[in-house]
Design a protein around this ligand. Sequence first.
Ligand code: 3PY
Ligand code: MG
Length: 253
Amino acid sequence: VLADFAPTLRQGGLHLSTFCQFPDANVIEALAKTRLESFVLDMQHGMFDEASVLACVAAGALEGKPVLVRLPVDAGGLASRVLDFGAAGVVCPMVNTAEDARRLVSYLKFPPVGARSWGPRRAIPITGQTAPGYLARANNLTLAFAMIETRQALDNLDAILAVPGIDGVFVGPSDLSVSLSDGATLDSADVAPALDLVAAKARAAGKIAGIFAINPDYAADCAARGYSFIALMQDAMFMAQAADASVAAVRGK
Ligand code: 3PY
Ligand code: MG
């Protein structure tokens, strides 16, 4: 199942993931029983450290669900480490230039595409490969997403998409709005045309178009715009919204 993840995503059908902020394997175990298809552990804005990533990647694997990791800013060196832990892919924030993208790929892909160092301690059992099999297939089994979330990234989009080893782009709508509005708003009207541009260019380049969606309506809108890898909300949002909906149901309002 885990070895099917990247090839399935590359086929371009809708895949619904979610961001996880709570660094606890029990959260993954609970959410893995839902129809969510994968998880993105958030080391940028969530509470994950390396130990919790290790435990949560394993928790996803036990349930047959792939787990990706969003890295902190400028922490490319962690990328190969989380792949060694068995992560199915990496989402890297603030990739603004082709050089940023090439540096990311160098950590994530084995030669000749990149310069990843060998040592896939957990990745081998999690993907069910032999060591030679993992070496032969890892560059295809693990996904590198470059986050497009600034004006500079939009300006360099063609060059970023052209970097070999970048499997997809992943839009951060909030940071993109902050950047396009020079810090004025999280909800800039300039984001919508940018969303169409990124999806169209990613698809034309044969790369996966990913995005974070703050609610189901936004996710459906992104799917209609051509996004296939959608991180629907966050673990904390699901918990809070379900609690409020249940209280409202009891009180009748
Ligand atoms: C953003 O909206 O900037 C994000 O990074 C979403 O996770
Ligand atoms: Mg962001």
